[in-house]
Design a protein around this ligand. Structure first.
Ligand code: NAD
Length: 237
């Protein structure tokens, strides 16, 4: 989900290289999603761009039913779509809180809810949720975002226990500071402050998050479930 740019775009490209048929989900950016599809197909892969606002429960159901009816199965779900609306708690509006919760938290529920049936019938599935180190350790100015990303970990753990008996693994990847359009909006001062906390001394690349996702989706990770893999250059330890 949210695969038209940033980490989601790279996950789509990396998964296609591994042989996955990729549904490049987007909400508003059809042209960018089509660019991702073009990049995949030109490299010999198979992909299709499909619009869906993940925060809409009914739309998520229609989106997944359409894919199941045309492709007959869904092996891997990567819940990547996410937004930020940062601000200090004392000044945070209800709208700021609700907007972030509706995409980052409810969106993951919507997609997991509607994919669980087909994965259970298949007796096979991989769900990989993109959390954040902010959800594990908190971050000033990100009360709403951290809450949703901690919620993603909770959903990951419960789903791993519930769906495990049907051979479905559920894991999360928690990135640190990754170079994407989401972090490009930070000021130079904010970027320098963030970088100073990273022992590896650099920002992460979308490819480095996508590699963890691809591993969790691979046969090599068949016995790994209910885990959170942190990809943050040792920033949070
Ligand atoms: P980004 O803003 O570049 O990309 C997010 C994508 O999600 C966009 O394509 C956007 O259109 C899509 N999206 C937003 N709302 C949507 C909706 N309702 N339905 C469908 N798609 C929607 O951000 P990114 O940096 O690539 O982040 C990807 C994920 O990684 C997010 O969940 C984010 O919280 C997480 N993350 C990012 C960082 C980082 O440093 N960049 C760190 C930790 C976690």
């Amino acid at each position: 989900t949210g695969a038209s740019r940033g980490i989601g775009r790279q996950i789509a490209i990396s998964m296609a290289k591994e042989g996955a048929v990729v549904i490049v989900n987007y909400n508003g950016s059809a042209a960018k999603a089509e660019d991702v599809v073009k990049e995949i197909t030109e490299a010999g892969g198979q992909a299709e761009a499909v619009q869906c606002n993940v925060s809409d429960y009914s739309a998520a159901e229609v989106f997944l039913k359409d894919i199941i009816s045309r492709y007959k199965r869904i092996d891997i779900l990567v819940n990547n779509a996410g937004i930020t609306k940062d601000g200090l708690l004392a000044r945070m509006s209800e709208a700021q809180f609700d907007a972030v919760a509706s995409v980052n938290f409810k969106g993951v529920f919507n997609m997991c809810r509607h994919v669980s049936g087909v994965m259970m019938r298949q007796k096979h599935g991989r769900i990989i949720n993109i959390s954040s180190v902010a959800g594990l350790y908190g971050n000033p100015g990100q009360f709403n975002y951290s809450a949703t990303k901690a919620g993603v970990v909770g959903m990951t753990l419960s789903a791993a226990k519930e769906l495990g008996p049907r051979n479905i693994t559920v894991n999360a990847v928690a990135p640190g500071f990754i170079e994407t359009p989401m972090t490009a909006v930070l000021t130079e001062t904010q970027r320098e402050a963030a970088l100073a906390t990273v022992p590896l001394g650099r920002y992460g690349k979308p490819e480095e998050v996508a590699a963890a996702v691809a591993f969790l989706a691979s046969d090599d990770a068949a016995y790994i479930s209910g885990q959170v893999i942190v990809v943050d250059g040792a920033m949070s330890m």
